[in-house]
Design a protein around this ligand. Structure first.
Ligand SMILES: [Zn+2]
Length: 505
């Protein structure tokens, strides 16, 4: 009996040691200990001189995401994941009147095996060539090799020499604090536990539990009473001493480390610049915010295009489909144009196409404007959903699924009627109560339905016309309540013509 009990105790101890080891090998940041110190000292000096004033308005800071993939184009992080990460970033920095916008609303892509899996070999070649000097460049990579100066898997780092950052693909989501943390470094903040990155202070370390005066990374150890805070660790006085020790109890620090004077330290486990878990951290201190402020207005940051103006409205996911509005569609050559009405504020859309309502598998397209041409469609049902966004506003989720069914691939067409040589709508723009003409130049006569669809997808005008061979000018008298973009259709047995037109005062 006794022996069995001993065995169980041994197993229990072994398990708790494994848990400790996992904590020690958790995700960490690979920013070099001296990456930010020069700018930090300058920014602190500017604060002391009183030249850092509250801006009183939001500053928009451009970022450029550089999405790496293997040479064959595989393995790239999804654009949707980047939108989620960007949304979270702006939520974190909102209270500091800093908002980030994706420069040009587009992503840069690099396909290269080396930059994808071992990017440090390309810092002076591919990375330097793709870096955007007028924005904060963020390289998204599959993996980041440790340089031996950290204990744990590196999730991201800020390169102080080149002033850009690298983030691991799996950090692109709405809960990771990796990118907000790395941007803290970009704005010259250091870790509260600066100097303890290579070897967290924990039981078993030399001198335990009393910390040495200088950390393994060569930085002066901060005292628990803060008396040397100006010139030790991160040089910020409202971030208490932190030696990067073990934190076994969720978000509560309890490892019992003492400062060189024998006083137990109490790190702040909610700081984004610390190594406490994503579930624990959510803030910058006032002292850290002041340094971010100082850095933002410093001459080093003049390279960023900060004069950008965001769209006046927040982007929502209320996408109304203009075409096709009926489920069954006949197409020619497997090609279908899907049109929707512009979502206020949105400049770009991610369009996802799948062959089942679970979108597994699916294909995504990033497009500017509000229509997409789909090709290679076959006779079956398709599902699609759309996520609108602007360079700044990336939080709107995708829509629910829409669907359409391809019924045949005969000689009918959604985009054209073979014997129609020219189709236009004029004047464009037109007045709300004006007359708009449907102009059709045809080689053959045909019967067709003329209709106008508004931006809610409702058909608000319909007439049946006989088109002659030659030139046709069909007047349509408008009597509309609202300005906006409308769609004019001409539908016939031989295909469909459609054109957007603008209605204003
Ligand atoms: Zn860091």
């Amino acid at each position: 009996m006794r022996r069995i009990l001993v065995s169980i105790t041994t197993i229990f101890l072994f398990l708790s040691l494994s848990v400790n080891a996992q904590h020690q090998h958790k995700g960490v940041c690979g920013t070099a200990i001296d990456a930010t110190v020069d700018r930090l000292i300058k920014n602190k000096a500017a604060i002391k001189q009183g030249i850092v004033k509250k801006r009183g308005a939001v500053t928009y800071v451009p970022v450029k995401y550089i999405l790496t993939a293997r040479t064959n184009g595989s393995g790239r992080v999804s654009e949707e994941a980047i939108l989620d990460m960007h949304c979270h970033l702006n939520e974190v920095y909102l209270e500091q009147d800093i908002q980030f916008y994706i420069k040009d609303g587009t992503f840069k892509e690099v396909n290269n095996d080396v930059v994808y899996s071992d990017h440090r070999r390309t810092t002076n070649t591919i990375m330097r060539a793709t870096n955007d000097d007028t924005a904060v460049s963020i390289f998204m990579v599959q993996d980041i090799e440790s340089l031996g100066n950290t204990a744990g898997q590196i999730l991201g780092y800020y390169d102080g020499q080149r002033d850009w950052m690298v983030v691991r693909n799996d950090q692109a989501n709405r809960s990771s604090q990796t990118l907000p943390h790395e941007l803290g470094h970009f704005f010259s903040l250091a870790h509260p536990h600066l100097g303890w990155e290579p070897a967290p202070f924990a039981p078993g370390e030399p001198g335990w539990p009393t910390a040495p005066n200088v950390s393994p990374g060569g930085v002066t150890t901060e005292f628990a009473d803060g008396s040397n805070c100006e010139n030790s660790a991160d040089m910020v006085c409202d971030t208490p001493a932190d030696y990067n020790g073990l934190f076994n109890n969720g978000c509560v620090h309890n490892n019992g480390a003492m400062d060189p004077k024998g006083q137990e330290i109490e790190p702040n486990t909610s700081l984004i610049m610390s190594y406490f878990g994503d579930e624990c951290v959510n803030q910058f201190t006032l002292g850290q915010k002041e340094i971010i402020e100082s850095d933002l207005i410093s001459s080093e940051r003049n390279r960023l295009e900060k004069g950008w103006t965001p769209p006046a409205v927040d982007v929502s996911s209320n996408v109304t489909i203009a075409y096709p509005t009926e489920d069954a569609v006949a197409v020619a050559n497997g090609t279908l144009n899907i049109d929707w009405y512009d979502v206020p504020g949105a400049t770009h859309y991610i369009f996802e196409l799948g062959t089942n309502r679970f979108f597994n598998p699916s294909e995504s397209f990033m497009i500017e404007g509000s229509s997409i041409e789909l090709t290679d469609l076959t006779n079956r049902q398709y599902f699609y959903r759309i996520r609108p966004f602007s360079p700044y506003n990336t939080c709107a989720p995708k829509t629910n699924a829409f669907s359409f069914t391809i019924t045949n691939d005969q000689a009918t067409s959604t985009n054209e009627i073979g014997f129609v040589k020219n189709f236009s709508v004029f004047p464009n723009p037109v007045n709300r109560n004006g007359e708009v003409f449907v102009s059709v130049l045809s080689n053959e006569s045909f019967d067709g339905e003329v209709s106008v669809v508004d931006f809610t997808g409702k058909t608000i005008y319909r007439s049946f016309e006989n088109f002659v061979a030659g030139d046709n000018q069909i007047p349509v008298q408008l009597n509309l309540d609202a300005n906006g973009i409308y769609l004019m259709f001409v539908k016939s047995d031989a295909g469909i013509l459609k054109k957007k037109f603008v209605v204003n005062e």
